[in-house]
Design a protein. Structure first.
Length: 390
């Protein structure tokens, strides 16, 4: 992922994944009450400065001038919308590097050469507002999808933007209800996933949640607590932030609080498999094996047809050195979905570790063929070139 990549716009959930065999029903979540914050356990958090809403969406003079020079002279709402969108994508394709941990504000993203897609969506929202366009965020209900970073599985969500052209003059009447979709992952545009409108506060909470996840991966626990707390003060029922806060409490040995926030996440979102999984891990750690097994069996039964579940398990096996088991999981993922370059690359990487050059080359070529954009195709071609010289 080097130049701009139309990847998932994501918020992060820290998880553990288990492979199971049985299938049972999940326990009923009872009403949970009580405090979910423990400021005394993270004393440095109160001294940490958290970006405000204004900080997150602010554009400086240079960014505002860019908007005015791009669309300021255009009166037609549709033309203004299309011109701004084309300009943003052209600018990104030439100037931006994609980096998953680059959780930046709108203004930082505009000036930086690195960003992730949540940051890109926030920036685009701010630019569209500056262009007098009506814009809103949409939550795309994609299947569970994981990536790995620093040995931790990260569950990715996806959002996009809808821009509805509006006439600038109050004396003008303009009707255009359908709007335009701006999406930094072309795959979601090809599939009709359910979607719902997100409030600005929900996106702010996602931003804080991502910052907290980054901090937790780096073992900066007070910083993580500050951001997860900020997310939940903006959106108290944000289940992803609740799950991450529970993860923080578990690794900090605050087990009662961890259970409480997991149960609150499930009360808000009963079908959140990641919350169930983390709760099960907590129960296993807390010497409650029967409850843990019951939950984990249900989670696995619901994930068996998700290629990314097998992909994540395979990556875990690869990291632990069990290459044959990794291949088995990657092939299960491939049997479910033959369109994802990540699966072909995982197979190529494993065959390379096994010393099977011909299979490595075959799957690298398939990864390149199924890649979504030129950046990924160039990445795989580079690996093929290195392989041919070895």
């Amino acid at each position: 992922m080097n130049h701009f990549t139309k990847q998932h716009t994501f918020w992060l959930v820290l998880i553990f994944t288990f492979m199971l065999t049985a299938c049972q029903s999940a326990p009923t979540v009872k009403h949970v009450s009580g405090p979910i914050f423990d400021d005394e356990a993270f004393p440095s958090a109160k001294h940490i400065s958290i970006e405000s809403e204004k900080d997150i969406f602010r554009l400086d003079k240079e960014a505002r001038t860019y908007v005015q020079q791009t669309v300021g002279h255009i009166q037609d709402p549709i033309e203004r919308t299309e011109t701004l969108a084309r300009s943003i994508f052209k600018r990104l394709n030439f100037d931006l590097l994609y980096r998953g941990d680059a959780n930046t504000t709108a203004n930082e993203t505009f000036h930086n050469r690195a960003a992730n897609c949540l940051s890109l969506s926030i920036m685009t929202y701010a630019l569209a507002n500056e262009a007098d366009l009506s814009v809103r965020f949409q939550d795309i209900q994609i299947p569970e999808y994981w990536t790995r970073r620093e040995g931790v599985s990260l569950l990715n969500g996806h959002i996009n933007l809808q821009i509805i052209p509006q006439a600038r003059s109050t004396n003008s009447f303009y009707l255009y209800k359908r709007g335009y979709q701006i999406d930094f992952d072309p795959q979601t545009q090809k599939k009709h996933f359910p979607r719902k409108i997100l409030s600005k506060n929900q996106v702010i909470a996602m931003f804080y949640n991502n910052k907290g996840a980054d901090a937790l991966i780096n073992n900066e626990r007070d910083l993580a607590y500050a951001y997860f707390s900020a997310a939940l003060k903006v959106e108290p029922n944000f289940d992803s932030a609740l799950v991450n806060l529970g993860f923080l409490y578990r690794v900090s040995k605050l087990f009662d609080l961890a259970e409480r926030v997991y149960l609150m996440a499930l009360a808000s979102s009963p079908d959140n498999l990641t919350a169930w999984e983390n709760l099960a891990y907590l129960y296993a750690y807390s010497n409650k094996p029967e409850q843990s097994a019951e939950i984990l069996a249900r989670v696995e039964s619901k994930r068996l047809r998700n290629p990314y579940y097998h992909l994540d398990l395979g990556r875990r096996d690869y990291d632990s050195g069990d290459l044959q088991q990794a291949l088995a999981h990657f092939n299960r993922a491939l049997a479910i979905d033959k369109t994802r370059h990540e699966i072909f690359f995982a197979l190529a990487k494993t065959y390379f570790a096994l010393g099977e050059v011909a299979e490595t080359e075959r799957y690298l070529k398939k990864a390149k063929r199924t890649a979504k954009n030129m950046q990924e195709k160039e990445l795989y071609q580079g690996k093929l070139d290195l392989l041919s010289r070895s």
